[in-house]
Design a binder for this molecule. Sequence first.
Ligand SMILES: [Zn+2]
Length: 221
Amino acid sequence: MESWWSLGEGSGQYGHDLALYEITCPFCMEAGNFKTAFHAEKKKPSGSKKLNFDTLECGNCKGYVMVLWSASTMGGSHGIHAYRVLPWPLKLERYPKHWPETIGRYWLQAKRNLRDENWDAAALMARSALQVALRAKEAQGGGLKREIDDLAAKGILPPIMKDWSDNVRELGNESAHPKPEQEATDPQDARDVVRFLDFLLEYLYDLPHQIEEYQGRTQEE
Ligand SMILES: [Zn+2]
């Protein structure tokens, strides 16, 4: 599609009206429970094409989504239309194939727990993923913080990651075995450690993988 004026021309859903029943709430995952809270439209200066700008409210959680949609100018009484929704449900079902399985599994659970606001579980899973990733790179020292320092000293991690790690509070939390007086994890601390994990995996696994792929391609040429 080269122009938004082509939306709904050629492919889409049946009907001239927005298929509300098809839209899934990105916040509570309930499908087809929306009503229109706001509607505006814009007609193409020439011809009959019309773009609709709707804000929909979820009947279940009262969240909002924005929908841009348009019906085909052709097709008689039935017709078709197409739409784009923002935000859409984020599916966290996969991790990159080039990551070790254990790391991917823990990362996925860290992300899902963040989404569901299970801060203790998110931080715990992020620390577990970090542990496995650091050990896989033969980090020495005992404890996440010292192992990060060790990889930085060996040039495997860049100094900027080491500096950042000083400010990620959950990296200093060694408690896989909680004590009765264990404090609740701060939401921002949980987000921080998951973000740190994202960058660490990007650096240790994604970047080398992309360079390898690129080199593979240039050698084939
Ligand atoms: Zn909802």
